[in-house]
Design a binder for this molecule. Structure first.
Ligand code: ZN
Length: 237
């Protein structure tokens, strides 16, 4: 089973819309972890897209004030339907995981096992399902890997969970420098557009399209993560 996920990371409406359109064009579903209020996310097709939370606890760790509950409650009020979460920077602790559960989160996706071919969800002590994931766009370019090959065997029977960022999809990032160019101008679509990777080196958008093509042409099953949560819960009962 293949699952696609997105960490929104404060992308602009145009950039989020660009990502969702790709999934719509291929009729492939995706779980979207939201960082902020977005009209595009509020109104997106819930048959294709599940909305989860992507809380940012970094300011708390940097002594900039705030607390875990406020961060979580604020996001949950924006997306009351969310039952899944992945922290920005994958921040987790026993306390954070217990507070996830307190606000009604049923599964979390903070456990990154890059290129691992046999990821399996497991239940944490507090009844939260941990769903590991095994591919991420920025990790792939951080390792200097090329974007013609995800290094994931799509033909195995195992769970494979990909994570993308809308800004890297829009920029077709092949390395981190491409993002550094635009990181202070994320809401200026004209500015960002000047930095899109249009050279011969394949990037994040190219590999996503390759994966979507693979799913469509092989009629592969894709699921949203709440469905993984349901399958796992059913198989245990
Ligand atoms: Zn993030």
């Amino acid at each position: 089973m293949i699952c696609f996920t997105i960490d929104v990371d404060w992308a602009s409406e145009e950039v989020i819309e660009d990502t969702l359109l790709l999934f719509e064009n291929y009729n492939v579903c995706c779980t979207v972890f939201a960082t902020h209020k977005s009209k595009v996310l509020d109104t997106c097709n819930r048959n294709l897209f599940e909305i989860g939370l992507h809380p940012n606890f970094n300011p708390l760790l940097q002594g900039k004030g705030g607390n875990v509950n406020d961060v979580l409650n604020k996001l949950k009020e924006m997306y009351p339907e969310a039952i899944g979460a992945r922290s920005h920077s994958l921040t987790q602790s026993g306390y954070i995981l217990s507070q996830y559960k307190e606000v009604g989160i049923e599964y979390e996706v903070n456990h990154f096992l890059p290129y691992h071919q046999n990821i399996k969800p497991f239940m944490l002590w507090n009844g939260l399902l941990r769903i590991p994931f095994n591919w991420e766009d920025d990790y792939h370019f951080a390792l200097g890997y090329e974007f013609n090959d995800s290094k994931i065997n799509l033909n195995d029977e195992c769970l494979n969970i990909f994570n993308f960022h809308p800004i890297h999809i829009y920029l077709n990032s092949e390395n981190n420098d491409r993002y550094v160019n635009v990181k202070d101008n994320l809401n200026d679509i004209d500015y960002i557009s000047k930095y899109v990777n249009k050279n011969n080196v394949l990037g994040t958008r190219d590999i996503l399209i390759q994966l979507l093509e693979h799913v469509r042409s092989n009629q592969k099953e894709t699921n949203k993560l709440h469905q993984v949560h349901e399958f796992f819960s059913d198989s245990k009962s």
